[in-house]
Every structure is written in structure tokens, then in C-alpha cells.
Design a protein around this ligand. Sequence first.
Ligand code: SF4
Ligand code: SF4
Length: 439
Amino acid sequence: MKALTFKRGIHPPHGKHYTENKPIEVLMPKGDLIYPMAQHIGAPCEPLVKKGDRVLLGQKIGEAKGFVSAPIHSTVSGTVKNVTPMLHPNGTKVMSVIVENDGLYEEDPSINQSKDYKKMSREEIINKIREAGVVGMGGAGFPTFIKLSPPIIENIDTILINGAECEPYLTSDYRVMVEESGKVAEGLRIILHLFPKAKGYIAIEDNKPEAIAKMREATKNDKNIQILVLKTKYPQGSEKQLIYACTKREVPSGKLPADVGCIVQNIDTVVAIHRAIVRGRPLMRRIVTVSGGAIKEPKNFKVRIGTTYRELVEAAGGFIEKPAKIISGGPMMGIALFSLDVPIIKTSSAILCLTEKEAVLPPEKACIRCGKCVDICPMNLLPLSLNVHALHHEWDDFEKEHGMDCMECGSCSYICPAKRHLLQSIRRGKKTILANKRK
Ligand code: SF4
Ligand code: SF4
């Protein structure tokens, strides 16, 4: 069968050779653990502990405030050293709980409680996923229990598990599919239990044959689960593009996947659902790729949330040369980091330490009106025109040309021969418009 895909897109060098064949290594934390009270989209959590308190592994230390929020749990046992604003991977200071690890890993009695999900009601499962603090681990951090609670359950006919991992360098989802395929399959079965009219699909790009084989083997007896093979192309893993590639349905501007009968979940999120329901464990760990030309021994780690980025870089042998750029996430959509003394949070997927050659951004030149940015924009936008509107503060025109629909994939900046800073200007434009609306 022909590999599935979406319209337009690009083919950046994938850089996955550094870590794709490196099995996941468990990394135990050495220093203090830092838990920012904002690790998801929505209202930050309220700390439930104070300086001097003893905490246990799995204990809830941040209570969700508001509907769109997710609780936060300690990933070690130890003593609360402080509750104070600390640097977050997004570059801002966020109220955080700092825990001194006692190395005992004494577990909170509230965890490890589970029962057969087939005997649980929808409400019980959703509540357990909410209390486990599970959020979308593909980057956005949207609370998973909300995604699994669309207004009309019967309208959902497609559960899509996103195994595309189209961002260059990232191999954490790939390693999970290869090494933990049974947990991915079981997590999907739990979601399908919530949507009796739906069929499950695990969509994987065709540059990951081992993951395709493992997931086929793990689901060979599931009549309502199918493995879909995608053409390797960026940004294949973005929700709207994935839905189009797999179902040929288009999610209209301002609408959600559930409006076209789909629910999309990331690979590691599905494993987190499995752990929450089958093992009664809250979300406490992440698989993180540490990669890039400046890293001595690029690797994939299973790491406790709260561990600092510095500890991961040290565990990967440190630097072989001074990195020109450090990024949290992939090179296309990740965030530049200015300090390694920030913690792994629920949405951290990678630390990239790029050399001068990998990270260099040539100076901007004048647009030559070649149209390449228009040809490849997966959202069918006019990046060159949005760039002009953003630079001239023409916000009405920016909105009329659907600039707010830009998903910030960076494909236009990548392809532009004049090296125009298209994404940066469009991102700034979106932020300004949203800030003006809030005023
Ligand atoms: S790709 Fe760059 S040079 Fe070509 S039209 Fe777009 S902005 Fe202009
Ligand atoms: S305009 Fe936005 S959606 Fe289109 S290619 Fe550029 S960054 Fe991606």
C-alpha cells in the first residue's frame, strides 16, 4: 500500500542517526528535583507542600486549579527544600517545588492501585487519567482527560496514535515503539474501550521500519487496530496534517480534531495512560533524546520529571565542543535554552546541543519572490505576505490572511533561499495580536 501523506511540506535532514539505535537508558537523578507548577496548557497548579515537608514518590505536590489543568507529583521521596519561582524551560520564572532526594524512593500509599480497565466505567478511567496528571507529551501539554471527553462520544470513529516523530534528531517515540510496543498497544486498547464506535490507528513514518514491525506484531490479534505507514515528510506529525494523511478529513480553521470524528494522542502519552490505569502510577517520567553534534555520546534516557537538563547532558558525556545553540525539543519547533539548570517537565522530549555548523542562521536578504514558502506551507498560507504584514504591524491584514492559523512549523523559514526570518516574524505577529485582544 502506498505511504500516506498530506499536501506540501518539506524534507529537512533528519539527524536521527545519532540516537535511533541507542536503547533507552534509565537515568537516576543525582541532585535536587525541581517541579514547576506549570507543565501543561491551562491554569498553573497550586503547591500542596511547604518548605521542610517530607514527600513520598508519587505524592501529589501540585493541585490542578481550574478545569484545564493537571496535577503534579513528586518523582522521588525526600524533603521540600523550598517553594519559590525558578527558571522554566520556556525561559520564564515559574513557582516551583524543589525536593532534596533522600535516595530511598519510598512510595506514597495512594499509588499502584489499579483494576481491570474493562471493569471500570468511563468516568472512573477519565478520573484516574486526570488524577495521574497525564497531559499531551508531544509538546502542547493539553490535559489528556479533556481530549478524551469530547461533547458527543458516539461521533468519534478514529483514534489516531501519532508515531510520526517527524522533527529531526528526535528518537524518543521511536525507541518507545521498538522497546515498549506492548504498552503502546495496551494504552490504545484502553482508549478504544472509552470509544466503542472507534477504530484505532498507529501512524508511523516509513523511515522507521523496525517500529512498524514491532507495532504490527504487538497488535496482530486486534481486529480494530491498524498500523498506517506514512511518507517521511515534515510536519507529518502535526495534528491536522496527520488527520488529513490518515483519513483525508480536513479540520477547519478554529475547529478541533473531535469535530471531524478524530482523537489524536502522542506515543508517550499512550504509555502514560497505560501506566496510570494498569499500574496506578501518576505521570512521573519522560523519555528524552539528548543529541546534536556538540554532545559526546548522544543517547535516549528514561528520566524522572524534575531532573535538570544539566544532569542529562553530563550523563551523555558532556560537550565535545561548545554548543552554538541549545534547544529544548526539536530544531524546527523547539525553544532555545539559555541555561541547562532547568528541569525536565512533562512536555520535554529532547535536548539538542548543536554545533556552529548545525545551528548557523545566515543573515536575512531581500525576498526574491520565488514562491517557495507558499508552495510548501502545509496550512496553505502566504508566509512572505504575512512576514510583510508582521514587520509593518498591519494586524488587520495579518488576520485577514489567516496568519493566526500558522502552526509555527518553521517550514517556510527552512526553505527560504533568502533566509527571511519568516517564522520569527509570524510568531511575533500572533503574540502581538493575542496580547492586543487581551487588553
Ligand atoms: S521563500 Fe523566501 S525569497 Fe522565496 S518568496 Fe518566500 S520569502 Fe521570498
Ligand atoms: S507560515 Fe506557519 S504554517 Fe506555514 S510554513 Fe510557515 S511556520 Fe509553517
